[in-house]
Ligand binder design. Structure first.
Ligand code: GLA
Length: 737
């Protein structure tokens, strides 16, 4: 063994810098309470003298939130700073963070301290903006809360500013974080697949994490919906009682909701864009604005929470929310790809004859070199197919308008078939990863909306379609596949931006559309309900609830969808039997009574109706038009859950409680010998007398039909329509006398 002796010169020893750990001094601040309030709810934030911001309450309105000022902070809490209003990775915080930043020097620590806040009032909404800062890195965060007073909804988003001199990477960048303290948390959330959209399940949360996520890029809600109900201190979802928090994220791309119950049994809810493959680069001086997270709280169970969300959605969250949209005949299930001008003219004549108000030409009208005669060609080539429709769209729209119908048309502008002129002209516009197969779904590829040139092209499709005829009244915007082999030739080495910028690109297009076409009705469709979220609904009037038009399947989907979304967006169509998706056979009246609980449409070939059918159809459409304003703007009360037994029921009540429509259904066989169902109506004025009139009947289902009853009688167990047979249904309109 040999020893090497290294002699260090004396002056070098002097130069070696001694390692010293220096800390940046954080200014102390005044302890204060920041109440964010609506008529019946308070979210209370507490600023500690050390600058920590803590969420101390979300729930019932507190008369004196300043009483929280006496609350201390547990600085010895070595399990993390629980309750942090916007927890960041670093410092004491060791749970799942809202914010995780990787700095240019490789560091991951961020600690956010309060720097100040402002409050401003605009028209029914109080906006509170809270400033937070990391003093070491100069990263800044603004928490923005919009409190909608009357609706009891709080919408929050976050703005993240890179105040440093070098770029950073955002590894987590949630829209919001919410700490809740209860003994029990029952989470109800929504999942689904093609033709089984919006299914609902509930689970009591245990310790550690429950994550609800979408990594689909597009079709973000055919899978999980970015929304939930959280019932507190109970193991059962109640429609009418108990505390329920409802949340929904306004984002049509990859999302992530996480629910982490910590060792102190507190629950932290994080909601935002999914960080999956999206370590977002933020340049020095740049700001990232997250999508909005919408929250409400109610002590009246799921029903109360839904009604709050619905009111907010109609007033602020849905484009044209609460406006009555026309009844329609859609060509899809009646004609699919096989039609010519004559087929469509006949369908329009029938639609007008039945009293419908619009005709919508679905898929199959475009493509010449690659005609759209089935789903393997033509997407991308948005010019009229001259052999199918030589007279053009203009001629069809004119015919509709002459018949007193509005005219709508289908597009799927984010997509391209490999068999199309577009795919040959612009292969670089397709979402792809170098050297890898570009997988197809429904024989199609996705266009790369993270590329501004593609944004322009997609906007151009909408714009040119609107020019196909004067007065196109309605566009059905479809999106029939998820993103796979993800990546953008345009973004080159910055693929981390892809998923986020695809969705931002989509919104840029929709924003431009709304600037130019404020009045056109837009239906958001994605293989049915694959894009049902409050991000898309800022620009779209309604959604295609599901490709599954079986009335029985719709019972469950419509029940779940209205937990979060208002009935005014719920397109609901009567189709033929046996149902094309499930093979199920249900009576025509049952199909109507289900569809009439949303925006009514028909999606079948009307020429096959018998005279008897036509009489039912005409009567159902006429009666729907009399009460549909209640569907579009009334308050929803669910009076029987389809999960609890053989019956399902719901009602919409006018805001002044003077009118209501009540829907009742039997969805499983019940023997006559057992007895009927007593529905307890809700939301009526107990003292008011209502005349109850059944709709669309040959023989009435209720002994009280045509008579007047007090609200307390109808709510107290007096309403017991006879619904013994499988798929029997009855609809009643109530009018105050
Ligand atoms: C999707 C939609 C349907 C219909 C077809 C047309 O599946 O959800 O309603 O428009 O595309 O191809």
């Amino acid at each position: 063994m040999s020893l090497v002796l290294v002699l260090v010169p004396a002056n070098a020893q002097k130069k070696a810098k001694k390692f010293v750990h220096e800390t940046v001094a954080i200014p102390q601040v005044e302890r204060r309470v920041i109440p964010i309030e609506t008529q019946n709810t308070s979210l209370v934030l507490l600023v500690h003298p050390n600058g920590h911001l803590e969420t101390v309450h979300y729930g019932a309105k507190l008369s004196h939130p300043e009483q929280f000022l006496a609350k201390g902070v547990n600085t010895e809490d070595y399990n993390g700073f629980r309750g942090a209003t916007y927890p960041a990775t670093g410092g004491r915080y060791i749970n799942e963070p809202a914010l995780h930043v990787k700095y240019a020097d490789g560091n991951h620590n961020t600690e956010l301290y309060y720097t100040g806040h402002s409050v401003r009032y605009t028209n029914g909404c109080i906006t509170t903006v809270i400033g937070l800062k990391d003093y070491v890195t100069a990263l800044e965060v603004k928490l923005v809360y919009d409190a909608f007073e009357k609706e009891n909804v709080i919408v929050s988003h976050t703005e993240i500013l890179n105040g440093g001199k070098k770029p950073v990477q955002l590894l987590n960048y949630a829209s919001s974080s919410l700490y809740i303290d209860a003994d029990e948390y029952l989470l109800t959330h929504f999942y689904g697949a093609w033709a089984t959209d919006m299914q609902m399940e509930s689970e009591v949360l245990g310790h550690d994490m429950k994550v609800i996520e979408s990594r689909r890029g597009t079709q973000n809600t055919q899978g999980n919906n970015p929304s939930f109900l959280l019932s507190l201190d109970t193991k059962e979802l109640s429609e009418t009682t108990g505390e329920v928090i409802a949340g929904a994220l306004a984002w049509s791309g990859n999302f992530r909701l996480s629910f982490e119950k910590d060792d102190a049994h507190r629950l932290n809810i994080l909601a935002g864009i999914s960080p999956h493959a999206s370590a977002y680069p933020l340049k020095a001086g740049a700001t990232f604005v997250t999508p909005e997270m919408i929250y409400t709280w109610s002590a009246e169970g799921a029903g109360g929470a839904s009604r709050n969300l619905h009111r907010w959605a109609r007033n602020y969250g849905v484009y044209g929310g609460g406006q009555v949209n026309p009844t329609l005949l859609n060509s899809w299930e009646g004609a699919y790809f096989t039609f010519n001008t004559e087929t469509l003219l006949r369908m329009m004549d029938d639609a007008a004859g039945m009293g419908l108000e619009m005709f919508v030409l679905d898929d199959g009208w475009f493509g010449n070199n690659y005609p759209r005669n089935n789903d393997d060609a033509g997407l991308g080539d948005w010019e009229v197919n001259v052999s199918k429709l030589p007279e053009g769209i203009d001629f069809l729209a004119q015919h509709a308008h002459d018949k007193g119908l509005k005219f709508g048309i289908w597009i799927e502008p984010e997509m391209v078939n490999p068999q199309s002129d577009l795919a040959h002209a612009h292969p670089e516009w397709v979402v792809q990863s170098p050297g890898r197969e570009i997988y197809q779904g429904r024989n199609q590829w996705v266009l790369d909306l993270s590329n501004p040139a593609v944004e322009d092209f997609v906007f151009g499709i909408f714009d040119r379609t609107m020019q196909l005829a004067p007065n196109i009244d309605y566009i059905k915007w479809d999106c029939n596949r998820v993103i796979q082999s993800f990546g953008s030739p345009y973004l080159k080495a910055e693929q981390d931006r892809f998923y986020v910028e695809y969705t931002q690109g989509l919104y840029n297009v929709m924003r431009r559309i709304r600037e130019k076409y404020p009045r056109v009705i837009v239906q958001c469709c994605s293989s049915g309900g694959g894009r049902v979220d409050y991000g898309a609904l800022k620009y779209c009037n309604e959604v295609w609830t599901s490709d599954n038009t079986d009335a029985l399947s719709r019972v469950y989907m419509q029940y779940a969808q209205t937990m979060i979304y208002p009935a005014c967006i719920m397109a609901s169509h009567v189709s033929t039997v046996p149902n094309h998706q499930t093979g199920n056979v249900t009576p025509l009246k049952f199909r109507f009574d289900i569809a009439c609980a949303g925006r009514l449409g028909l999606e079948l070939q009307p020429k096959y109706f018998t005279d008897q059918d036509r009489a039912t159809v005409d009567r159902c459409i006429a009666s729907y038009k009399q009460y549909r304003d209640l569907v579009f703007s009334g308050d929803l009360y669910r009076i029987a859950s389809p999960f609890d037994g053989s019956y399902y029921g719901l009602m919409y009540v006018s805001p002044d409680k003077k009118r209501a429509v009540v829907y009742t259904y039997c969805i499983h066989f019940e023997p006559r010998t057992v007895g009927g169902k007593v529905f307890r109506l809700q939301g009526l004025d107990p003292a008011c007398k209502y005349k109850v009139v059944e709709q669309n009947v040959d023989r009435s289902c209720w002994w009280g039909n045509g008579q007047a009853f007090t609200g307390d009688f109808l709510m107290g167990g007096g309403f017991d329509p006879t619904l013994y047979g499988l798929y029997s249904s009855a609809v009643f309109v109530l009018e105050a006398e």
